[in-house]
Write a protein that binds this ligand. Structure first.
Ligand SMILES: Cc1cc2nc3c(=O)[nH]c(=O)nc-3n(C[C@H](O)[C@H](O)[C@H](O)COP(=O)(O)OP(=O)(O)OC[C@H]3O[C@@H](n4cnc5c(N)ncnc54)[C@H](O)[C@@H]3O)c2cc1C
Length: 331
């Protein structure tokens, strides 16, 4: 049976054929819905069901039952059970993604497996993106790879933190050949992971690995801002040597209001005197009540899923939780 979907904000309507997901129906009819991985992992296509219900062939990894109970659905996997009215409200307007040529200015190691990639987009005087958003780089195989901007918008300049994936076509092969002056095809800005100024609450920021990159961009945008709320940053890594910006982060407290930084190691050596375990568990040990926080989660899909479930038990609200899941681009 064909179902009719209406988008509350734009009043666009489209039809979903039997066997199609909400996103597939929208894309087939050229209706723009935010999306990225299309595998139910990244959460970019999260929307709110205003009327109607959906079901899933396989329950998506990027959606918790608590979020579903709060009325959220993932369009890329959701099969409508009838006609729907959905809300795709983004609290703040974002620039539309556009293709550009970026020139590599430099690459240097930040740790054994993370590189700092410094790009310039010469044709742009002032890049328009929200701190926390990401760009796509077109790989040699024609497929895009996503990387979050680690810097605040400043002219045409973009910093990336790129973790080498063993056997990775882009992060290992291409990046190892890149040198200053090389050109890359990029598209930006993408994503709905950015600071919600209107959601003014104490900030809980939780990252694993290079999930720090967009959080760094958000926090840099709040530095020296008299309206900066209190910030707690928990950063999970395996070993101390992985904490590639540890010293720099310790200095952020001078420019952020009431800043607390807690690095957490899952496999710290005996010499590590800091916190140990999984980062989301350490947050749960420290903060019994998360009902007043705006929560930003970024990094591994496992951490994000577990953190959402754990934090919701501690009073966190799906309406005040934002996440960016570094899902695999190619399997
Ligand atoms: C919205 C978003 C933002 C991202 N931002 C960043 C960022 O700022 N910094 C960063 O380092 N990464 C980031 N990632 C992850 C990054 O896009 C992938 O690591 C990258 O696409 C891998 O490309 P590749 O060509 O090297 O690997 P591929 O050749 O595409 O894959 C090689 C193998 O590695 C597996 N694989 C791919 N990605 C990952 C991964 N992330 N972890 C583990 N295994 C993987 C694949 O399944 C495959 O088996 C982000 C991902 C998303 C969705």
């Amino acid at each position: 049976m064909i179902h009719r979907i209406q988008i509350l904000e734009t009043r666009d309507t489209f039809e979903v054929q039997p066997g199609e997901s909400v996103l597939e129906g929208a894309l087939r009819q050229n209706v723009a819905l935010p999306h990225d991985c299309q595998l139910g992992g990244c959460g970019s296509c999260r929307l709110r069901l205003v009327e109607g219900s959906v079901t899933y062939d396989e329950y998506p990894f990027g959606l918790t039952p608590e979020e579903e109970a709060a009325g959220y659905a993932l369009a890329c996997q959701a099969r409508p059970q009838g006609d729907l009215v959905v809300s795709i409200a983004r609290e703040e307007a974002c620039a539309e993604p556009a293709p550009h040529i970026a020139v590599v200015r430099g690459i240097r190691p930040l740790s054994a497996d993370v590189l700092h990639v410094d790009l310039e987009i010469p044709e742009i005087d002032a890049l328009d993106y929200r701190p926390g958003q990401y760009l796509k780089i077109l790989g040699d195989d024609g497929l895009p790879r996503s990387f979050s901007m680690a810097s605040v918008p400043a002219g045409g300049h973009v910093d990336l933190h790129v973790r080498r994936i063993p056997g990775g076509a882009f992060t290992e092969s291409t990046v190892s050949r890149l040198k200053a002056g090389d050109e890359l095809q990029v598209e930006l800005p993408h994503g709905s992971f950015y600071y919600r100024e209107k959601d003014y609450r104490p900030l809980l920021m939780v990252a694993t690995g290079t999930g720090l990159a967009p959080i760094k961009s958000i926090l840099e945008s709040l530095m020296d801002d008299p309206d900066c709320p209190p910030v707690s940053l928990y950063w999970g890594m395996r070993e101390a040597g992985d904490l590639y910006l540890h010293d720099q982060i310790q200095g952020w407290g001078e420019r952020l209001y009431d800043f607390q930084y807690v690095p957490v190691l899952s496999r710290g050596a005996s010499s590590w005197t800091g916190r140990r375990g999984y980062v989301q568990q350490v947050v749960a040990e420290d903060l019994a009540d998360l009902s007043e926080h705006a929560i930003y989660l970024c990094g591994s899909p496992d951490m994000i899923r577990d953190a959402k479930a754990t934090f919701l038990e501690r009073g966190a609200s799906a309406d005040h939780t934002y996440s960016d899941s570094f899902t695999f681009q190619r399997t």
